[in-house]
Ligand binder design. Structure first.
Ligand code: NDP
Ligand code: OXD
Length: 313
């Protein structure tokens, strides 16, 4: 197969660094140029413009610059070519750090100590060990499994929920619809690392949060969402925080991003907000992986980390 040209189509992300690094090995066309160009064989995308890719007559594969691919599927004219998602040590490490940071922060009662410090209160609340707390990870994929390993090594009890059964040493695993309620009933801190698909949209709602274990050493259930914002209902999270269904939450993703300045989540004393920054896609680490895959594909090898179009992730 001959060496293909790349279309770089990023929305909301500055393309310069991606362009420089991809151009080191291949010719790169920057969107809005490139429509209908028969010399383009690969597209590297983040929220590509609708129907742009279907105009490329010789497109061989689409590379998402993120681990999530819901932004790719948002295109109504998505052509039927392989879609590659990102699996990279660097991105995984960022997510593992985010999950460990947020779980430890809630476990070690950082919100309480912050309030005490503001009021100059010298008081030591009861202290638990990690083994008394069950962290449940929704989505036991490449990020969820890596986060589970880190949490196990910190001493937490870990549960995992996935679509198909995914056994993992040291983790209590649950799967499918029938496994969801037992998984939630055994979980004190819920970490959401699911992809956004028609099946998972809105799954983190009030009814689901109600099923979390509340009588635990933490004094309530905790939600951490670093998957996608439209997995959750922001209003349900607020309701759950108000009535004590949830004790605290760490949210990296929101139904609408950037989170509108009017959202009460910004100033809620029990919510820790980050701006979709749990695991950033760093071109220095991700571009070499993409270029290696393109070269291997042209040698006749298979593409790795392919998206299952039917499952949507
Ligand atoms: P993977 O595709 O490796 O794993 C997805 C996991 O979710 C799998 O375990 C899968 O089950 C499970 N799953 C999917 N659909 C369902 C369902 N209907 N019911 C139960 N389980 C389901 O994804 P990654 O781990 O690489 O990434 C996860 C998500 O994290 C991304 O899709 C993205 O949205 C988000 N993300 C967020 C970032 C941030 O900065 N906030 C950065 C990077 C990613 P099974 O194992 O059976 O297939
Ligand atoms: C991703 C993201 O999907 O950054 O990688 O959200």
């Amino acid at each position: 197969m001959e060496k293909g040209k790349i279309l770089l189509a990023l929305t909301g992300i500055h393309p310069q660094r991606w362009h420089e690094l991809l151009s080191a090995e291949r010719e790169v066309v920057l969107e809005p140029n490139g429509a209908n160009d028969p010399s383009i064989t690969y597209a590297v995308v983040w929220k590509q413009k609708p129907n742009l890719l279907k105009s490329l007559p010789n497109l061989r594969a689409i590379f998402s610059i993120g681990a999530g691919v819901d932004h790719v599927f948002a295109d109504p004219g998505l052509p039927d070519v392989p879609i590659v998602k990102i699996v990279a040590d660097n991105l995984t490490q960022h997510m593992v750090e985010y999950v460990a940071w947020r779980v430890l922060d809630h476990h070690r009662q950082a919100m309480l100590y912050r309030v005490q410090q503001q009021k100059k209160i010298w008081h030591e609340p009861p202290q638990r060990v990690a083994g008394d707390i069950s962290v449940g990870i929704m989505g036991l994929g490449s990020l969820g499994r890596a986060a589970a390993s880190a949490l196990l090594s910190l001493g937490f009890a870990v549960n995992g929920w996935s679509r198909s059964e995914r056994p993992m040493k040291g983790v209590s695993t649950y799967s499918g619809e029938s496994g969801l309620i037992p998984f939630l009933n055994a979980t004190d801190i819920l970490v959401v690392l699911l992809p956004l698909t028609p099946q998972t949209q809105g799954i983190v709602n009030y009814g689901l949060l109600k099923e979390l274990r509340k009588r635990n050493g933490l004094g309530g259930a905790v939600l951490i969402n670093a998957g996608r914002g439209r997995l959750q209902k922001d209003a349900d999270i607020l309701r759950a925080l108000e009535d004590g269904t949830l004790k605290e939450a760490s949210l990296d993703v929101f139904e609408v991003e950037p989170l509108p300045k009017t959202s009460p989540l910004w100033s809620h004393p029990k919510v820790f907000v980050t701006p979709h920054a749990a695991a950033t896609s760093d071109p220095a680490h991700l571009v070499p992986i993409m270029l290696r895959q393109m070269a291997a594909y042209e040698r006749g090898e298979k593409l790795e980390n392919l998206v299952d179009r039917e499952a949507g992730y």
